[in-house]
Design a protein around this ligand. Structure first.
Ligand SMILES: *[C@@H]1O[C@H](CO)[C@@H](O)[C@H](O)[C@H]1NC(C)=O
Ligand SMILES: *[C@@H]1O[C@H](CO)[C@@H](O)[C@H](O)[C@H]1NC(C)=O
Ligand SMILES: *[C@@H]1O[C@H](CO)[C@@H](O)[C@H](O)[C@H]1NC(C)=O
Ligand SMILES: *[C@@H]1O[C@H](CO)[C@@H](O)[C@H](O)[C@H]1NC(C)=O
Length: 475
């Protein structure tokens, strides 16, 4: 992931960095930070780009990436297919080359439609004075926008900062409904910004109206969004969902409720047709995992291979079905002598204080459900970090060890205390998920952050030792 930033100023005010935003961007891309400004004289505008690269593939490509024609690309993404990117290539350079050779908006759109993988980008097209930006079909990389009317400036950034000031809610997510283009010639005359939307064709539904509703809600005030006048669209990379329900195997199955028992599932899997469907699903997932684990940072020729005890892939591992399936599929595609790190996060449980049972009112406890303990006995034998995910994680580890006993599975226990959670949540996580702020955003954000940090403990030969994952890819 990289940190990308673009500030479009329509009046020649001096730009001042929001220090917190700058710091957060730098953390997204520790390997190289650079700024670049392009100016339009007639029309007059200024685009300030700042990019912070996390080096993933090829030779480190500096960003903002400016080609010979003066076009500028900032790219926060990864190309897994759709365009030929050799293992030693850097995808930023490949994409920039392809973009420079586009002669029309429809060529740019078909290029972006072809890319398989997550992305967010801003592209300054010098010929014609256009600024393009957007996110992939599923919105897997973040991009936020904000318009500051006082200084007449639009900001696009991959990460912002939660502020307690008056403009608290100013940042909005750029809706992942298509790719946007700003005609810089038009904005400088008008003094306000208009986005031309080129929507993803999602098949079926009334495109224009469903898109515009989503956008209208999050267009920064002072800006407007319009459908592009030529009616151009991006071809969706995802097939429309087949919503027809397959015919039941037999009458009995259709009568049973939505919770089939194990026997019914076995019967279902015994049918050839269902086995085919299951295999097709596994094949698709397996191929996706293969691309993820094999698109690893390219090793420079002649550099020594990574030591055999260092994993290059880590899995965010709760031991639930999703992470088990991903771990089992990763096992298929990673050579058996390489370890795989399983990152298991546990937030410390509140240990209930030993309750003093008031001697005078013993009757009160009669209504407690069976098995309910007030004396904290459960916690004397187990640790406050033995949360459900830790327990399923350990059970999952056992199954994986049975599946491939040859492999070293590093089960990384990441124990997070309440104090640490509070500190990090306020210093980092709330900014990273901003402007999203639901309980779910917070809890997923916290789990992902602590897992991705990759530091915890592993147990080897009954000894616990501190461990930091060496993986460059985690999922
Ligand atoms: C990029 O930065 C990370 C984190 O600081 C570091 O581990 C890695 O070696 C750097 N990569 C390069 C190519 O400098
Ligand atoms: C990667 O990018 C650099 C810098 O832009 C470029 O010089 C180099 O040729 C690229 N490397 C490959 C292998 O494409
Ligand atoms: C959709 O699924 C049904 C079975 O539920 C199948 O018969 C049909 O061929 C599918 N349609 C497409 C377009 O794949
Ligand atoms: C982490 O939690 C586990 C319980 O799941 C416990 O066994 C282990 O000792 C804890 N490690 C540390 C370093 O606190």
């Amino acid at each position: 992931m990289c940190g990308i930033f673009c500030l479009l100023s329509l009046s020649p005010t001096q730009f001042e960095w929001d220090k917190t935003v700058h710091e957060h961007l730098k953390r997204r891309g520790p390997n190289l930070s650079q700024d670049l400004t392009v100016r339009g004289t007639n029309p007059s505008y200024r685009c300030f780009f700042s990019a912070h690269v996390l080096h993933m593939r090829g030779i480190l490509t500096p960003q903002p990436f400016q080609d010979n024609a003066g076009n500028v690309l900032v790219w926060n993404g990864e190309i897994f297919g759709g365009l030929p990117v050799m293992p030693e290539d850097n995808d930023t350079a490949v994409l920039s080359q392809r973009l420079s050779s586009c002669n029309s908006p429809s060529e740019i759109l078909s290029l972006l439609s072809a890319v398989r993988g997550p992305w967010g980008f801003v592209y300054y097209q010098k010929a014609g004075d256009y600024l393009w930006f957007g996110r992939d079909f599923l919105g897997r990389r973040s991009l936020l926008w904000k318009f500051d009317a006082a200084v007449n400036a639009l900001t696009l950034t991959s990460v912002a900062a939660q502020s307690s000031g008056p403009d608290q809610s100013a940042w909005q997510e750029v809706p992942a409904v298509g790719v946007y283009r700003i005609d810089l010639k038009a904005v400088t005359g008008a003094g306000s910004v208009t986005f031309e939307l080129h929507p993803w064709a999602r098949g079926g539904s009334d495109l224009a109206s469903s898109c515009s509703e989503t956008i209208l809600e999050s267009v920064p005030s002072g800006c407007t969004a319009v459908m592009n006048p030529s009616g151009l669209v991006l071809t969706s990379p995802v097939c429309p969902l087949n919503t027809s329900i397959p015919k039941p195997l037999n009458e009995k199955e259709s009568l049973s409720n939505s919770h089939p028992c194990a026997k019914e599932l076995e019967q279902m899997l015994a049918s050839e047709e269902k086995t085919d469907e299951v295999n097709r699903l596994i094949d698709v997932l397996s191929e996706a995992v293969r691309r993820r684990v094999q698109s690893l940072p390219f090793r420079v020729q002649d550099s020594p291979p990574p030591p055999n005890d260092r994993a290059s892939v880590a899995i965010l591992f709760s031991g639930g079905i999703d992470s088990m399936v991903l771990a089992a599929l990763a096992d298929r595609h990673i050579p058996a002598h390489q370890p795989i790190d399983l990152l298991n996060v546990a937030f410390k449980l509140q240990v209930p204080k030993k309750q003093k049972v008031p001697a005078k009112k013993p009757g009160k406890h009669k209504n407690k459900p069976a098995g309910f303990k007030t004396d904290g006995a459960d916690y004397q034998t187990s640790s406050p970090f033995d949360v459900p995910d830790r327990i399923t994680g350990k059970a999952g580890l056992k199954e994986l060890q049975d599946l491939n006993p040859e492999r070293r599975w590093h089960f990384v226990e990441i124990n997070v205390t309440k104090e640490e959670l509070q500190t990090i949540r306020q210093e980092r996580i709330c900014h990273l998920v901003h402007p999203l702020d639901t309980v779910l955003d917070d809890s997923i954000g916290c789990a992902v952050w602590f897992a991705a940090r990759g530091t915890g403990f592993i147990t080897q030969d009954r000894d616990q030792r501190a461990f930091t994952s060496s993986a460059r890819v985690s999922f």
